[in-house]
Structures are given as C-alpha cells and as structure tokens.
Design a protein. Structure first.
Length: 256
C-alpha cells in the first residue's frame, strides 16, 4: 500500500533553529518563507532559498537549519511525505537517486504542482497530484538498477501485509526458505537495512501518518501498527524521528 502525507507549518520564529532527524519516507519539501540550510548524512550544508525545494530519501539523516524571512521574522514550509512500494518489492528511494535541491525551471513546475496539491479540495484529485509530483521528481532523478530475489520478495510481501503481528527473523527466513543468517544478509543487501529495522521504520511511518491525520491515543496507534509496548513505541519513535509522538504531532500538523 502507498502512503502520502501532506503537511506544512508557519510557526518557526527562531533564527537558525536546528533540527536533526531521520524520517522513514521520502520527503519533498518547499520553503515558502525564509530559507533552509540542509545536509544529508555528513555532507556539506546547502542553501535552499525561499520558494525552493529539497528532496531527502527515507532513512537518511537530515540536518536542517531554519532561517526566518528578514521582513516578517518568520519561516514557513510545506511538504509531501511519500512512502511508495514499486511492484510490491522496492521502496521508491531504492530505485532512484534524487537531486538534493530543485532549481530553475524545474522549481517553477514543481511549485505549480504543489500549488495544485495544497489548494484542491477533492481527495481523489489530491492523490492525483501526489502521483504527478512523484512522476515529476522521478523523471528528474537518476535510476538505480535493482535485481529482485524471489525468496526475499516473498518474505517482504509477508512483512508488508502482516506488519501489525509478531514478526521475527525466524518467521521471515522460513517463508523465504533460507537460513536466518543467509536471509538476514540477502535482505540487507536488497533493502540496505536489516529486516527488523525495515519493519520498525515501516510501522513508524504508518504511525506518523496516523498521528497527523487522526486523534487516536498514542497507545492505540502503537497497538495498531504492531508494537504492543507503548513505552517502547515512544522510545523507538523518538529515536527515528528525533521527537516524541506528541511533539511530532504538534510540530508537523499544519498551523494557520
């Protein structure tokens, strides 16, 4: 199943406010007022000026420094979070190397798509804009060759459809008809992380989406994505997102 989360904020007033986070989905972000400095992993900071975009893959450390608009004293942004599985096997981030920033004529075209996404009222049209944006950014990205291991694919499909149950390496290895050690190595080669890490990131990406779009209690959200210990859920959430579930909801819910 594919997920899109559309959000924005206009409540950053502190010059050079710094966030360091790892998100479990592709982030397409536009700064609408002020500017960003953004670095992925340990690379050099790059400036994204007002109206510009940056793209950050899932599972990659983002270091972001916010700069307010000198005239308004405020920094605002809007973004689309994308968690898409292609052919039931590959996360979109594993198939393309995206440019960090979108500039020039491409920026204007992407801005037009974002304007449509954030103004259209119909949910179906919003989804259409999400796929148009995804089509646009992949068309301007570098494809990465991938070979699919059928046994890993089988286990992956099970993981994606049973994420809210008790899943172990042993279970997945049995489904793939492989030893646990061979399965672990093959899965990590295919998806660039361990099976349990992938499962936890997927569970938390679903939880983050629920947090931003529902008023369910945090404990209920944890149970719904297969994490039966709310304290562990909150600890894991903060480790991956850099914020507690409650602070994440307050920070990334659109504010007027």
């Amino acid at each position: 199943m594919n997920y899109f989360s559309i959000c924005g904020f206009n409540h950053i007033y502190n010059e050079r406010e710094k966030h360091v986070k790892v998100l479990p989905y592709l982030s397409i972000v536009q700064v609408t007022e002020g500017s960003y400095e953004i670095a992925l992993e340990n690379n050099k900071l790059e400036l994204v000026e007002e109206g510009g975009f940056f793209i950050a893959p899932a599972g990659v450390k983002q270091t972001i420094i916010h700069h307010v608009n000198n005239a308004t004293g405020k920094m605002s942004a809007r973004w689309l979070f994308v968690d898409v599985i292609v052919s039931r096997v590959h996360k979109i981030d594993h198939l393309y190397k995206f440019p960090l920033s979108i500039t020039g004529e491409l920026k204007r075209k992407l801005n037009d798509l974002f304007n449509g996404l954030f103004t259209v009222q119909s949910d179906l049209k919003k989804y259409a804009y999400c796929y148009d944006i995804l089509d646009f950014v992949t068309a301007n990205a570098m494809p990465i060759s991938q070979k699919t291991n059928p046994s890993i694919h089988k286990a992956f499909t099970y993981l994606m459809t049973h994420y809210n149950t008790n899943i172990t390496i042993k279970t997945l290895a049995q489904i793939a008809n492989m030893s646990e050690s061979n399965f672990y190595t093959a899965f990590k080669k295919q998806y660039a992380c361990s099976p349990i890490s992938y499962l936890n990131h997927y569970r938390l990406s679903l939880a983050a989406n629920i947090l931003l779009n529902d008023d369910k209690h945090i404990n209920e959200i944890a149970y719904s994505v297969g994490i039966n210990d709310p304290l562990y859920f909150s600890k894991l959430f903060k480790k991956i997102f850099g914020l507690s579930p409650r602070d994440y909801k307050q920070t990334y819910t659109t504010r007027d």
